[in-house]
Design a protein around this ligand. Structure first.
Ligand SMILES: Cc1ncc(COP(=O)(O)O)c(C=O)c1O
Length: 427
């Protein structure tokens, strides 16, 4: 099915009342304060659809796959339809989608399989901006004599140093591993360009799409990447991981697997019994987004890929207007240091995840102060260890990370800013 051109179509503003009504957990309160979920980068809340999908799976379909009886058949059907949903999400074929427990486990398994084909002296490029799940699995191949090179960042705005990245790609490079967006500071990397650079050197391009997935539509065909991994629990689904791989590439590498397990795609990379209820939840998460897309752009109705693209356009409009308001307020707080892109003219290069520090205070103290007031943020390195070390904040408690997603409101942004102003005043 071809995707209609969406560039010219009008996208209605997000219906925030409808959105929030889909997420039962948003209604909770903490110490008499309404809960404000700004912890999305570590995991988002789920819609009622996802909760229902778990219950329905256990009530009606709970079985292992490929059996000659009703519950097994309906499990097979459910998995096939979830795979089709993720294929629309990635814009690929269904047999190019594999499920797994989480991004980290999938990436270790893939790296191990790719490592089987590498020789000492072969090179892999990783970056200083990335989550360690897109660094450690590749560094593990150093045991086999693989050389891992790390592309640096520009510290002043926490963007990738593209000159440094280019200088690290050469004829020995076999794979370039890069994040689509940085989970610590929100920078969007020029991934299409990086894929071209990798391919120009004859290397594979592996993209960690985890942090981008809640904020923007992913098109693996347009990117032409060889692999892209993401985690549904970061885009309003359950704790799972999903891998896209080009069909030929998935067939070329040999996963570590048990002998009776199928050699064919899509099962080849799915080691052992999967979390079936989670897979049902992934489909529900994608279908929630598709519904959001239909509401924002009725013209897209009937084509799930187009619905998803529309959903993300509405999400992006809403998130970035909140982010502009939040960043404007943050940089005015006395003693606050902002990490990453704060210039509104460059917001196209970021998602609405920001990192700050407050003079004389640990990020943990700030997160606790906020947490006591029902505002959920994260402190530390969030496993973006290369980055917090490079920024010189690792030994002092890392960063305070505030992450907006599409269910957040302007009122929540004001609540956060008021609380941080109070924290800065009191300390
Ligand atoms: C950018 C990024 N990559 C990878 C991961 C690891 O994902 P998972 O928890 O699915 O292993 C995370 C988790 O925070 C992340 O933010």
């Amino acid at each position: 099915m071809s995707t209609p051109a969406l560039g010219e179509e009008r996208i209605a503003p997000l219906d925030l009342n409808w959105v929030r009504a889909q997420f039962p957990s948003l209604g909770r309160s903490v110490n008499g304060h309404p809960a404000t979920f700004l912890d999305g980068p570590a995991g988002t809340q789920v819609s009622q659809r996802v909760i229902d999908a778990f219950r329905e799976y256990f009530e009606h379909s709970n079985a292992n796959t490929c059996g000659q009886f009703a519950t097994s058949r309906s499990t097979d059907e459910m998995i096939a339809s979830a795979r089709a949903a993720m294929a629309d999400f990635f814009n690929c074929a269904a047999d190019e989608v594999s499920f797994g427990p989480n991004m980290t486990t999938i990436t270790f398994a893939l790296a191990r399989a790719i490592g089987r084909e590498l020789a000492p002296g072969d090179e892999i490029v990783v970056t200083t901006l990335d989550h360690d799940a897109n660094v450690a699995p590749w560094r593990a191949l150093e045991e086999r004599g693989v050389v891992v090179r790390q592309a640096d960042i520009r510290v002043e705005d926490c963007t990738l140093d593209m000159d440094d990245l280019r200088s690290k790609i050469n004829s020995r490079t076999r794979l370039v591993a890069v994040g689509y967006a940085a989970n610590a500071v929100g920078t969007i990397n020029p991934v299409a360009e990086i894929v071209r650079l990798a391919h120009g050197a004859g290397a594979l391009a592996f993209i960690d799409g985890v942090h981008y997935a809640p904020h923007g539509s992913i098109d693996v065909r347009a990117l032409d990447c060889d692999f892209l991994v993401c985690s549904p629990y970061k885009f309003f689904g359950p704790h799972m991981g999903c891998l896209y791989g080009k069909r030929d590439t998935l067939m070329r590498f040999r996963p570590y697997k048990v002998r009776p397990a199928p050699e064919a795609l899509p099962d080849r990379w799915e080691t052992g019994t999967q979390t079936h209820e989670g897979i049902a939840g992934v489909a529900a998460a994608v279908n929630y987004l598709a519904e959001l897309g239909r509401r924002s752009n009725p013209g897209a109705a009937g084509n799930r890929r187009a619905e998803l693209v529309s959903a993300y356009r509405a999400i992006r409009q809403h998130e970035m207007s909140l982010a502009a308001r939040m960043i404007r307020g943050l940089v005015e707080i006395s003693g606050l240091r902002f990490f990453g892109i704060s210039d509104a003219a460059r917001f196209g290069e970021r998602v609405p995840t920001v990192a700050v520090r407050l003079a004389g205070q640990t990020p943990q103290a700030a997160a606790k102060f906020l947490g006591d007031r029902g505002i959920f943020t994260w402190d530390g390195n969030y496993y973006a260890l290369n980055l917090t070390e490079r920024l010189g904040v690792e030994k002092d408690g890392g960063l305070l990370r505030i992450g907006l997603v599409h269910y957040n409101t302007a009122e929540e942004v004001e609540r956060l800013l008021d609380a941080l102003r109070e924290f800065a005043r009191l300390h």
